[in-house]
Each structure stands twice: as C-alpha cells, then as structure tokens.
Design a protein around this ligand. Sequence first.
Ligand code: MG
Ligand code: MG
Ligand code: MG
Length: 305
Amino acid sequence: MSTYIFGHTTPDSDSIVGAISLSYLKNQLGEECIPSRQGEINPETAFILEKFGFEKPMLKRNYAGEKVYLIDFMESSQSPSDIEEATILGIVDHHKLGDLKTDSPLEMWVRPVGCSNTIVKQMFDYYGVEIPKELAGMMMCAILSDTVIFKSPTCTKEDTKACKELAKIAQIEEPKELGMEMFIVKSDVLTDTKRDLVLRDFKDFNMGGVKVGVGQLEVVDLSVFDNMKEELFEAMNKIKEEENRDSVLLLLTDIMQEGSQLLVLSDDNSKIESAFNVKLENNQVWLPKVMSRKKQIIPFLERQF
Ligand code: MG
Ligand code: MG
Ligand code: MG
C-alpha cells in the first residue's frame, strides 16, 4: 500500500503543482508520498513543469486499497471512481465543502484563499521546512494561474503574500510578467480539438441529483473564439449527451477585459437565465466582471438546481 497525492479529475496547474509540492513536504516530514494525476496535463502546466525542470506526476486513475491525500478538490464528482475503496488521509483545498465521506479521522487544511498552493506554502511555514528554489517557482506559477494574476475575486492577501515570498525564494523579479507569459501559452486554443478545449478545465458537479458540467478557458483575447463557437457547441452537445448531463456550460474568460462569455447547453435554459439574471441569446451571454467559476458561477447554479 502506497500513499498518493493528487488533484481533481481534469488536472489544472494548481492540482499538478500541488501534488508535487505537498508530496515534497510530506516526504521531508518523513511520510513517503507519491504525486499522481487523474488525467492529461494542459499546455499551461506543461509550460510550468518544463520551465522549472519537473517531470509530470504519474498518471493513475484507480486508487482502491491505497492511501491518498486530495489536493485542490473534495467532490465525489471530481474523484476517481473507486475513491470509496481508498483511505483518505487528508485534504488540502480551497473549494466549498464537498460530499466525500471518510471512515477515519483525517487531516484537513481547507481555507478560503485563491489557490491550494497558498495553503501548501503556509504548511511549509508551519512545519518550518525550506522550499527548494525550483519548487517555489512552480508554486508561485500555480498561484498566478488560479488567481488570474491576482485579478480573480478569489484572490486574497494571503495569496499575494505567498506569491511574493515564493518569488523571492525562486529569485523571480517580475512574477506578473511570468504570469502573463503563462496566460499567453494558455491562450493557445488553435492546436487542440474542440472537444479537448471544452474538457481542458472541466468540472462536473452534482446539483440536486443531476450532473452539471462547467468548463472554463481563460485567454488574453476572446477573439480567438470568433470562428469556433458553433464547433464548441457541437462538442459540448456530445459531452452533454455522453454522460446524461442536465447542462454543460463553457466560460470563455477574457482576462484583460475581465469578464466571461458564457455558452450554455441545458435541458432548461430558464434555470441558467434565472441563476445569473440574464437573457440568453443564441445560448450565450456576456457576464461582465465574471472570472471565477468557483465563486461567481457554481453557487448561483446550485441555488437553481
Ligand atoms: Mg483546480
Ligand atoms: Mg485551485
Ligand atoms: Mg481555475
């Protein structure tokens, strides 16, 4: 029996870096842990791993009989299908309380901050463990990613403080510049299939007994999507039907304009319209100032379902 640390089903940079950073900390504390991932990594994460010279964590989708720490999620809908047969030793997360159950007491580090790696940084400080330079650089990037270079409403003082301290360790003078470089990599939406784009940062939620999937693409200029909306809707429709989802939403977030174009395929559009107090036109609507799925989308949907 080994101990694995991994993030949500479709991993983002916070999930991947968090698996690595938390494993490093645990190993330093004498608890042998292996970082892993439930799915393929996205281009932004590949950029971060390469920049700081790390390998991607091992791909592992089954955890029956293993011990696990969860980082960056605590929802059954974002867990491996056999999570109930694993022993959850702990959770490090910055999302709403999920629906997972455990048999035994566990370690919980859950805080309303902008990034799981901010919490991991605080754990390093708590235990007095030094963070290696390259690891600090990756953790800093995870924070820049999750907080959209501090623009997201989820960003707190603790995130900016952690980011500043990590930048110092990593000897990176202009974190925001590196952040922008990262988001330009993230804005490459031309090489992937439309299906892969919808699924690149996709999360399922169980809302009142039905499955609602919400994807998000964060780019520096929304015009990259101008000629692909129709194909995106086709891909969304397929994804909706495959797993009998009630709704599939896609947030196209413009990080410069600071808002999101919401694409909607739902069994009941009126629920989505009421959630955000808007009228959909061609199954779309522009939501000014909306950048966070966690804070500005999911809670409003949950009230409707
Ligand atoms: Mg995440
Ligand atoms: Mg996160
Ligand atoms: Mg995100």
